[in-house]
Structure formats: structure tokens, C-alpha cells
Write a protein that binds this ligand. Sequence first.
Ligand code: GDP
Length: 529
Amino acid sequence: MSFTEQLAAEVASRRTFAIISHPDAGKTTITEKLLLWGKAIQVAGTVKSRKSDRHATSDWMEMEKQRGISITTSVMQFPYKAATINLLDTPGHEDFSEDTYRTLTAVDSALMVIDGAKGVEDRTIKLMDVCRLRDTPIVSFVNKLDREIRDPIELLDEIESVLKIKCAPVTWPVGSGRDFKGVYHLLEDRYYLYQQGHGSELIADRTIDGLHNPDADATLGDEAANLRDMLELVQGASHEFDLGEFLAGRMTPVFFGTALGNFGVNHVLNGFVDWAPAPLPRKTAQRDVQPTEEVFSGFVFKIQANMDPKHRDRIAFLRVCSGRYEKGVKMQHVRIGKEVRVADALTFLAGERAHLEEAWPGDIIGLHNHGTIQIGDTFTGGEKLQFLGIPHFAPEMFRRVRLKDPLKSKQLQKGLKELSEEGATQVFMPQINNDLILGAVGVLQFDVVAFRLQEEYKVECVYENVNVSTVRWIHCDDERKLAEFRKKAHDQLSLDGGGHLTYLAPSRVNLQIMQERYPDIVFSPTREH
Ligand code: GDP
């Protein structure tokens, strides 16, 4: 096989997606069952126990345990049928939504999980809004069918009206709660029977072919007749699956099942393999990059410090967009205009890191970051490209950081800068004094930073209120006008952790006045890379 053919085949087999859901809908449970189907774990239950090991080795994640939320985004790769699946996990807590937004820029499709008893919840609405920005194709799974759920027709109606996406049921439940018997697959014309008590292992499907098969009546009793009546209604009220509409992000195929019972999760995976897009072309400021281009390119969507406290390292997560990563490959770090040789990239096999020989478009690789990599950075085979759409949002909450031990200010600055590289918080250094101001989009992040400063940098700090209500990144092509603005607004200006000029506005009104007074200055609410 030539390299061109191999590249095309590797691209075609990749499926890179994330799970979006409201906390408690079952994302962790489904992740575990996906890994089970991918043979990445042998017995379900190990994800949780591995999680607790990680807690034991990494103290800052203690917070995650205490608060019962998932703070980190992890990346898992596993094979399924002829495909290679890259599953990107996202934090469920809304204070970490920026991280989630950026992770969603690195996927080609998403799995939306809905709690069958609760229907569409807040976080799901917000995450769908993000997916819509890029028309990301969505597969839906209605979970917890082993409990009493709401009327499925009503659930589909709710998805359609609240999330503004057409629903195409692919499977339909037969009974629910105690009487949950399985699903009927509308496209395969086949019943899949639920077998209780096999939630943590893979078992062979039990099926009955044909909607009107008398075996169905014999096995399911009245439920079979109920289903047939129901399906007439469903078919009248919903849409038939249309691949084009799905790929355009306008229609979602809907599956039903129970993640806890490991039932229906494989139907979803089959859906991804059969329908979800292989790695898509990506926009750069210069041109669109096709995944089948032979020269390597990719962008960094996430940085995580001290993933492994024993190594005290910082890992940049890079999505491969074209070509092949090979151990020892030379890459152009476009922003700083340097060539770097990468011999020690990491891959994330089911969350465990391993050294990597090669990676293909759609894959996520981990680069060791010694402070030169920022979120949004582009790496190429030499061409000057800049991938678009990886935003830094302006923080909405601000605190002045005060040291308990004034001798540790170097450590503090280092810690704040390194932690802000992860993108969840941002540090600002005003021009008029030596303050360090921390900005975040969620209040929980202040706690996380204080905790991590103490654990990872041995710095104790406290927060004080500060008179900043919002921040804007400053740009101006006219040097003279910029210089004048810098003089006039001096007291309100600062540099962020990446050295970019920012305006710290004491109030919205002040910001508005400044914007009116200096129409040639661009006050940007996001720092797009
Ligand atoms: P996450 O917050 O979305 O990651 O949700 P989890 O996977 O942690 O699930 C939240 C709770 O729902 C846990 O107690 C799970 O055991 C439970 N759960 C998940 N899936 C199912 C299911 O299919 N049926 C039932 N009955 N419970 C489930």
C-alpha cells in the first residue's frame, strides 16, 4: 500500500467524538461501556477504580472526588470493528465549560446522552449550542431505560423543540422500568432483547428478526402488540433517518438503552462507525486543510499541567488534522516560528498514556510542554498556517492574589502562569503595580487554583476582591493610535499570561465609554488564536 492509500484508509477508519450531557445522565457509565466494547478494559467497573487510584496519586484531584465532579478532560483511543475510535471526555461541571468548548472544537461528531426520566436539561442545551456553531453531527442516546422513563414520543418532541434538531428514532424501546424488554431496531427490522444482570460484561445479542415475527409475541407478550401500535404513531410523528441531514447537523439518530445494564451502547457505536464523519477538513486563516494531505498538521486545544505529579509535567493535547505523526518527526511550531523535533509524544490508550510511534488525522497526541506551547497553537510540516476557532473567553470573575509568604512571589507567578496555560483561568499583570489578578469564568476555579498552588507549587495564597468587572484584549493596526491609547488608558492596562495587551475594565459602563472614545481600538472579548 502506498503512503497515500494508507493515509486515506487511516482517515476513513477514524471516528473522533465527545459525549455531551447534563451531569448524572450517565456519561461516565457510558464511557466505561464504550471502553468495554472497545476491549480497552476487560470488566466494567475498572474505570471507577482507576479513577480512585488517580485520586490517590494526584492530590489535587482530591477536589474532584470531594465535590463529585469531573474536572479533567481525558482522551481515550480504542478499536471497534474496523474503526479506530477517539473518545474525548469533557468535564461535566459548568465552571469548566471553556475546556469543554475547546474540546468540542477537536471532535468531528458528538454523542448526546439524555436521562430518560429527566429529558433535556440545562447543560445539554448549552453544549448543543456549542455543537451548532460548527454543525457538529449528533448521535443521541436516551439512557436509564431500566427505570421508569418519560413517554419516549414526548422525549423526542422535547429534543426537537428545545434543541431545534430533527429526531430520527433508530431503535424504539419495548417497555420500560421493570418491564423493559429491549428495543426494536427500525432500520434492521429486528428486536434486540434486554438480558438483565450483564452490565459489566459483553454478551451475545439475543435477537428476533421481523416486526411481525410470532416469536416476538411469544417472548414479549402484549408488549409486542403495543410496540406495533406505537410504531405507527412514531413513524407518523417523527422523521426517517437521512444521512445528509445528520451530517449537516440538522438531524439526530436516536437510540434507547441502559448504560448501567450495558444495553444499547453497542447500537450507538455501530451508528458512529456507519454514519459519523471521518476526520473533517479544518479551517485555517490561510486555507482549508484536508485530512488526506500528506504533510502533518494539527492544533493544540488543551493543556494540562502536572497530570502526573511524579513527573511534574505539562501536556499539550494536539489534534492531528492532516498527514502522519511519526516518532522523531520535525514540526514547525508556527507561532514562535521554530522547528521542533518530537520524539516523545504520548498517546492515550483508554486513558493510560503510552509512548507513541505514529498517529493519524483525528487522533489526539500529547506533547510535552515546557512553557512554549499555548492553547490554539498550530504545528505543521513547515507551512505557516493558523487553525481557527479555538477561543479564549474573557473571564467574568476576578480576584487579586495575595501571598501568605511574600518571599515566594516568583513561585506564585510561575504557578499562576503555568496553570493559566491550561486555559481555565487567566492571569493578568497590571502595568501600574505588581499585583497579580486572576480571572476565571466560574468561581470553583479559584478554589482549584488555590489548592493546586499549594499542592503543586508549595505556595499559599488568599484572594481579595478587586475592582475589575471585565477584560478585553486590545488590538490596533495604527501604531500611533495604539500608543496614544496606551498612554491614556495606562492605569487600566495589563499583560495576560501570554504577554498580550489587555484592558481591565472596572465596570461595563467604563468599557462602553472607552470603546466610544477610542473607535479605532479593537476591544476583543475573546482571544482567538
Ligand atoms: P455522569 O455524571 O453523566 O458521568 O453520570 P454517571 O455515569 O456517573 O451516572 C450517574 C448515576 O446514574 C450513577 O449512579 C449511575 O450508576 C447511574 N446510571 C447511569 N446509567 C444508568 C442506567 O442506565 N440505569 C440506571 N438505573 N442508572 C444509571
